[in-house]
Ligand binder design. Structure first.
Ligand SMILES: Cc1ncc(COP(=O)(O)O)c(C=O)c1O
Length: 390
């Protein structure tokens, strides 16, 4: 085998990509894929016209580094209207999607050997992005409060900080559980990062999908030093467009600019043009409708799974996933995910990849057609009927 970077060599493929590749080799006709998180609804209508206009309007050319000013202005208005964040245009930097926002922001901030705190549970990509950059991911176990809300515990957070910690990376709403940060948690987090002089990065990829009565609160709305990452992928069903943005203090944006200069250069001009068209329409109404649809699917799935004897499936506060737990059957998430894959052709993500907090559960994407969701519930019920529980 030819030599590749030892860092890259040590990086794992994600559970979603591994199971999807395995499934594609099986050629089953009845596969149900609930492993990824790709919205199926149509994107905003403005997208179609925008795509047709790209060349005529000259958006096949190089772009200014942070993005076109007209798009940055639209993003600034969205940040003010939806996130209650007030910033100058120079504090916004467009990038090729939320994944690139994570990579770029972390690369701009961390040195080799720096510790980056992440939630347990969290998106499995976080650890590997940090590893790729030579950093050290460190999980901070979240705990349930008396209302069953999975929250950040101030003591555990403080105890996780060492002299090498430079960043706390949070995700709200949280992939996989859908937990949203409350104002109390945000206040505590801000106290801790200020006292310890560490950066706070907040990934708000799922900001569009927060279910009543929960509210999406952007930490940057009360803590302007927070670095926030956004994407058009999920809210607008534009996963293929690869467009997102980083919002940060100007000194951080200067570092982001250097990373962008020597990596992707700038976000794709055509994608920026389409993104601007999306924000020029009634994008908040569009997002609300999409959220309502996901709420119904999420509740259908969690209620149906909860009614299977032995399965525990809590209602999500937000997001695109539910996380049924199989502990009563003595099954790990890995075992359950394997059985569902091999015998029932249903793709899921084992909870363990999100951290110890995910043990005994699997993550299921909720945004499929109703009849497919019903079939998925039937297959999970059939699988559990073969097990016993106390
Ligand atoms: C928590 C989280 N952040 C970021 C991303 C990145 O998505 P994208 O690069 O499509 O914006 C994802 C994708 O699933 C995610 O779950």
């Amino acid at each position: 085998m030819s030599k590749v970077s030892s860092i890259v060599n040590s990086i794992k493929m994600s559970a979603v990509s591994s199971i999807s590749i395995e499934a594609s080799q099986k050629n089953w006709k009845d596969t149900i894929s609930m492993a990824g998180g790709e919205p199926q609804f149509s994107p905003p209508a403005a997208v179609n016209d925008a795509f047709k206009e790209i060349v005529a309007k000259g958006f096949n050319k190089y772009s200014p580094f942070p993005g076109y000013t007209s798009l940055l202005e639209k993003i600034r208005a969205k940040l003010s209207d939806f996130n209650n964040i007030q910033v100058d245009l120079e504090q916004i930097y467009t990038v090729p999607g939320g994944s690139s926002a994570l990579f770029t922001a972390l690369m701009a901030l961390i040195d080799r050997g720096d510790e980056v705190l992440i939630q347990d549970p969290c998106w499995e990509h976080y650890s590997e992005i940090i590893n790729l950059l030579g950093g050290i991911p460190k999980k901070v176990k979240m705990v349930k409060d008396s209302n069953g809300h999975l929250r950040i515990d101030k003591n555990i957070l403080e105890q996780s900080i060492t002299s090498k910690t430079t960043v706390l990376l949070l995700n709200t709403p949280l992939n996989p559980t859908g937990s949203v940060l409350s104002i109390e948690e945000i206040n505590e987090v801000v106290e801790v990062v200020e006292e310890n002089d560490i950066h706070l990065i907040v990934d708000e990829e799922y900001e569009g999908f927060v279910f009543n009565p929960f509210q999406h609160i952007s930490p940057a709305s009360i803590y302007p030093k927070a670095i926030t990452l956004y994407s058009f992928s999920k809210t607008f069903a534009l996963t293929g467009l690869r467009i997102g943005y980083i919002v940060a203090p100007k000194d951080v944006i200067s570092a982001v600019r250097k990373v962008s200069l020597y990596s992707f250069m700038y976000a794709s001009s055509p994608s920026q043009y389409v993104a601007e068209a999306v924000l020029s329409e009634h994008h908040i109404d569009f997002a609300k409708k999409a959220c309502d649809e996901m709420y119904n699917k999420s509740r259908f799935l969690s209620n149906s799974l909860q009614s299977i004897p032995g399965v525990v499936c809590e209602e999500a506060e937000a997001g695109l996933y539910v996380n049924p737990n199989f502990i009563k059957f003595g099954k790990t998430g890995n075992e359950m995910s394997r059985v569902l894959f091999e015998k029932y052709h249903l793709l899921s993500v084992p909870g363990e990849v999100a951290g110890a907090n995910g043990a005994n559960s699997i993550r299921l994407y909720v945004g499929l057609e109703q009849e497919i969701l019903e079939e998925a519930v039937n297959r999970i019920e059939s699988a559990t009927k073969k097990f016993t529980f106390d």
